[in-house]
Design a protein around this ligand. Structure first.
Ligand SMILES: [Zn+2]
Ligand SMILES: [Zn+2]
Length: 125
């Protein structure tokens, strides 16, 4: 799936260039000159991009990154540097692919597993 509107393309391209997670407010500040006036307008675009699997929400940072790996929607893995804030999407480990087959769900039906790993990037090590 590709971005479907100019606004989706704009925000997707912006996130693709960034090495850190961007909040809706960061994106709003960047694109006020493009007619965005409220965070709700940004969230509307981000929700579409999330639905298409083109971006991920980094829950622990309350920000968004562009997807840069091949994987099923809802199975992303990101490494987050505690020092510089770099967020790097990494190839999905096998245990993420296996989680649906885990036999301990006890009736719960899992829909997505976003793995966020904190540590130090290669530059900050
Ligand atoms: Zn991804
Ligand atoms: Zn770092």
């Amino acid at each position: 799936m590709k971005p479907q509107t100019p606004r989706q393309q704009l925000i997707y391209d912006y996130l693709r260039q960034k090495q850190t997670a961007q909040s809706a407010y960061d994106i709003l500040d960047e694109f006020r000159s493009h007619g965005f006036r409220a965070p709700s307008q940004i969230y509307r675009v981000l929700n579409k991009l999330l639905e298409y699997g083109l971006v991920h929400k980094v829950e622990s940072l309350n920000g968004y990154i562009a997807c840069k790996q091949q994987h099923e929607i809802g199975k992303s893995t990101v490494a987050i540097c505690n020092n510089c804030g770099l967020v790097k999407e990494i190839p999905t480990p096998d245990f993420v692919d296996d989680f649906e087959n885990y036999n301990g769900w006890d009736g719960f039906t899992p829909h997505e597993l976003a793995v966020e790993v904190k540590g130090r990037c290669s530059l900050c090590n």
